[in-house]
Design a protein around this ligand. Structure first.
Ligand SMILES: CC(C)(COP(=O)(O)OP(=O)(O)OC[C@H]1O[C@@H](n2cnc3c(N)ncnc32)[C@H](O)[C@@H]1OP(=O)(O)O)[C@@H](O)C(=O)NCCC(=O)NCCS
Length: 363
């Protein structure tokens, strides 16, 4: 049984929810972002739903779980819920922050405080789950010291009938909380541009353009592995935020800055923090080729990476005969390093050599 206690952390006080919170809980749960990422909440959400939630909270405490209202200066700022620990002392935490209090570290502070309090109560392991598209919640998990443990594909059913993948995290007592700075920060302002090309995180709305481009024989000739379906490409685009916030890779749409049209794809993948190395890969839609678009895009991304991350080497691999790609790399400051013999399996059988390139962090 968890002790029915009040937790203080910095300016926040976490206490059981009360009838005086009903109006603020209603406003927080009417919010479209809350509704999007907590698909089990009633929608539309009414004061009666909030009253029922406060009532159920009492029963949850009695049933061995915990429900906190996060408050600041006596005002409701969000909620944290904890499942009753199971027979092995394992529990799960869930949370929401009122839209008017988001982006100020409230969730991170509250999750950390409740998790530490749970460990003090003898809990052995705290779990947390966040949907792959819920970048704010994923960021909270990493900042609160949770380690990613896996993904549950199509584990959640959304209001529109679609299934969503969920990332699972766990935290154990005594584990060091890593520094809060992400290995791959997001672009300031959400994009990079030199006035001619614009780089934005590739999104589900780009999946059709991406899929068509990948089917172009010139692009397909250099692709590795079997062609993906449109559904696979859409799923891939839903992972952009998760891959980025978890430091695994950056997936971008290259756009014509003037029209916003999808011109191609650029990625920073195979990120190896221990080596300080990552790899660029790219493809351009036919009508945008021959205009220096990809050279601009690669330069923008690599300059940004050296200015904003700890990366030391950015590498690329090309088919030895792909002269257009060689020009892109040469003009964006890459140097040839050598040949990896018979690296790439070819669609029709046999294997192709890979010409290796690198650009080093400027000293
Ligand atoms: C998830 C949620 C609780 C976060 O609350 P919060 O108090 O704003 O969280 P914090 O301020 O502690 O941290 C949020 C982080 O996400 C970042 N973030 C928020 N939205 C983002 C976005 N769309 N893309 C990238 N980063 C984003 C913030 O910048 C911040 O990171 P930073 O410290 O590196 O700048 C809040 O957005 C919410 O209530 N969402 C709806 C309910 C929900 O999703 N609950 C969790 C279900 S698993």
């Amino acid at each position: 049984m968890l002790a029915r206690e009040v937790i203080s952390t910095g300016p926040l006080v976490l206490r059981p929810p009360a009838d005086s919170d009903v109006e603020a809980i209603t406003r927080a749960c009417e919010d479209p972002v809350t509704a999007r990422f907590l698909p089990l909440l009633p929608s539309p959400y009414r004061p009666a739903d909030a009253r029922a939630y406060v009532e159920r909270a009492r029963a949850k405490w009695e049933g061995g779980g915990a429900v906190f209202a996060i408050t600041q200066d006596g005002q409701y700022a969000g909620s944290v819920g904890v499942r009753p620990p199971d027979r092995w002392g394992v529990t799960e935490i869930g949370y929401l922050v009122a839209p008017w209090e988001r982006g100020k570290g409230v969730a991170t502070a509250a999750v950390r405080a409740v998790t530490d309090w749970l460990f003090d109560q003898g809990v052995r392991r705290v779990e947390l789950q966040a949907e792959v598209e819920n970048v704010a919640s994923l960021r909270v998990a990493y900042k609160a010291g949770f380690r990613e443990e896996g993904r549950r594909r199509e584990a959640r059913r959304l209001r529109d009938g679609r299934s969503a993948d969920v990332v699972t995290f766990g935290r154990l007592p005594g584990e060091a909380v890593p520094p809060p700075e992400p290995y791959l920060p997001f672009f300031e302002g959400g994009q990079l541009s030199d006035g001619v090309v614009r780089l934005t995180p590739i999104a589900p709305g780009d999946a059709g353009d991406f899929h068509r481009m990948m089917a172009d024989p010139v692009v397909a000739a250099y692709a590795v592995g079997p062609a993906a379906s449109l559904a696979d490409d859409e799923r891939r685009c839903r992972y952009t935020g998760y891959w980025w916030v978890s430091g695994q890779r950056i997936e971008l749409a290259v756009r014509d800055a003037a029209s916003g049209a999808f011109a191609g794809h650029l990625q920073l993948a195979q990120v190896l923090p221990a080596l300080g190395q990552a790899m660029v890969g790219y493809s351009l839609v036919a009508e945008f080729r021959g205009r220096g678009f990809m050279t601009r895009a690669v330069r923008l991304l690599v300059d940004w990476a050296f200015a904003n991350t700890a990366l030391h080497r950015i590498v690329a691999g090309t088919d030895p005969g792909n002269v257009a790609s060689h020009r892109v790399l040469e003009r964006s400051g890459f140097t040839r390093e050598g040949v990896h013999r018979e690296l790439f399996p070819k669609a029709g059988g046999g294997r192709a050599d890979d010409l290796g390139w690198a650009r080093l962090r400027p000293s």
